[in-house]
Design a binder for this molecule. Structure first.
Ligand code: NAD
Ligand code: MG
Length: 384
């Protein structure tokens, strides 16, 4: 049976890995919408290759280029925030939410409102919207599949078990490229060094998040929303090999873990085929060749991000949305060469001390809080 799919953030790392799997099952999939921020040439190439119904650029200034690149193809071209949301609302069997940052929130919510299946890679959207997104999922009867490798692992380890028997959930973290660096080295870390992840190939923003450990902080909040456990039942452990993707411990002392190669096509395939399984081209895990898997506790003195995320979740209200907005702004400033690496966490902590409005009750309120937090962060960053 053919399934209709839309990919929000099709030109990114997750978008590309998803399309790689789709290309291997051409009879199974019909591509509805493919979206990007700009990257008109690449988006048009993908839209032609996958015979998409519509290609959308969020940045409207890129629409003329997209139109030219799609001329004669019969594929619809659209641009702007409204067009992005409209394309996400087109009926499909599954939407891949793979835009980076809170920019993906409104289109992801539009996909959720369809009441079908949404595979969520865009963790910033859930961190910012939290209960608002969960309420929409419940109201619309949407199936929300976690695509983030850790959350996909936990989802698999929870399958068939009563959540009441869960004692704790442990998220594994590679520790990023700087896990063994001193404070002095971290202070001098460059964007080029930060985006070079030892195990995973990912977009620039999540690579920096991995280096600061904000990725794990965001994932802690993501797990807290997705799974029925209290904040103090969520743990983080450093596991440099990225083979164990996360674990669930049950009351009887059994711990279930999901293992696999560090290739996002594994959790993506798990979402695409769910509740069935599909083949992937990933080489099978060879534990004998790996020899050993190691684990150690995180160091929150050098990497305060996970502490800040735990505190933001505990504080409640809009604190997680503010943490996310501050981090997005600080990461952009770091990547642009305007902010030292170690100031990313300092910026987030300072913004959380200055601005925490009450919890949002609607999507519009989340978006307003995100915008206000960015504006305060922008002023702060100019002071640095
Ligand atoms: P990426 O930077 O490679 O791609 C991002 C995509 O979003 C691109 O298609 C880009 O055009 C689009 N985009 C960027 N800004 C936009 C905007 N303002 N409006 C609309 N579209 C915009 O990012 P990625 O690494 O693929 O990550 C995507 C999401 O998945 C992130 O939330 C990330 O945290 C999450 N994630 C990624 C990985 C990974 O391995 N890459 C793993 C787990 C989770
Ligand atoms: Mg992850």
């Amino acid at each position: 049976m053919t399934r209709r799919i839309s990919i929000l953030g099709a030109t990114g790392s997750i978008g590309g890995s998803t399309l790689d799997l789709i290309a291997r099952q051409p009879d199974r999939w019909r591509v509805a919408a493919l979206t990007a921020n700009c990257q008109a040439q690449e988006l048009a190439r993908l839209a032609r290759r996958f015979d998409a119904e519509v290609a959308v650029v969020a940045d409207e200034t890129c629409l003329p280029e997209l139109r030219d690149a799609l001329a004669g193809s019969g594929i619809e071209a659209a641009g702007g925030a409204g067009a992005l949301i409209e394309s996400a609302a087109r009926p499909v069997d599954i939407t891949i939410a793979a835009i980076v940052g809170c920019a993906g929130l409104a289109p992801t919510m539009a996909a959720i409102e369809q009441g079908r299946t949404v595979a969520l890679a865009n963790k910033e959207a859930l961190v910012s919207a939290g209960d608002v997104m969960k309420a929409a999922v419940a109201r619309c009867g949407t199936v929300l599949l976690p695509m983030d490798s850790e959350h996909n692992a936990i989802f698999q380890c929870l399958a068939g078990n009563d959540p009441a028997y869960v004692r704790s959930i442990t998220l594994t973290a590679s520790g990023g490229p700087f896990r063994d660096w001193s404070m002095a080295q971290l202070a001098a870390a460059t964007p080029a060094q930060a985006v070079k992840h030892p195990n995973w190939s990912m977009g620039a923003k999540i690579s920096v998040d991995s280096a600061t450990m904000f990725n794990k902080g965001l994932e802690l909040i993501e797990a807290w929303h997705l799974f029925p456990v209290a904040l103090d039942a969520l743990r983080i452990i450093i596991h440099p090999q990225s083979v164990v993707h996360s674990m669930v411990e049950y009351r009887d002392g059994s711990t279930l873990a999901q293992l696999g190669p560090s290739d996002m096509r594994v959790p993506i395939a798990s979402c695409l085929a769910w509740p069935e399984r599909m083949d992937t081209p990933c080489p099978p895990l060879d534990l004998a060749r790996l020899g050993e898997l190691t684990f150690r506790p995180p160091d929150e003195d050098r990497f305060p991000a996970t502490r800040l995320a735990r505190e933001a979740a505990a504080a409640g209200g809009a604190a997680p949305a503010v943490l996310n907005a501050a981090n997005e702004m600080a990461v952009a400033a770091f990547l642009a060469g305007h902010l030292p690496f170690t100031r990313i966490a300092v910026t987030v902590e300072e913004l959380l001390a200055r601005y925490v409005p009450p919890a949002a009750a609607s999507l519009d309120e989340v978006i307003a809080i995100d915008a206000e937090a960015r504006s305060v962060a922008r002023q702060m960053l100019e002071l640095v």
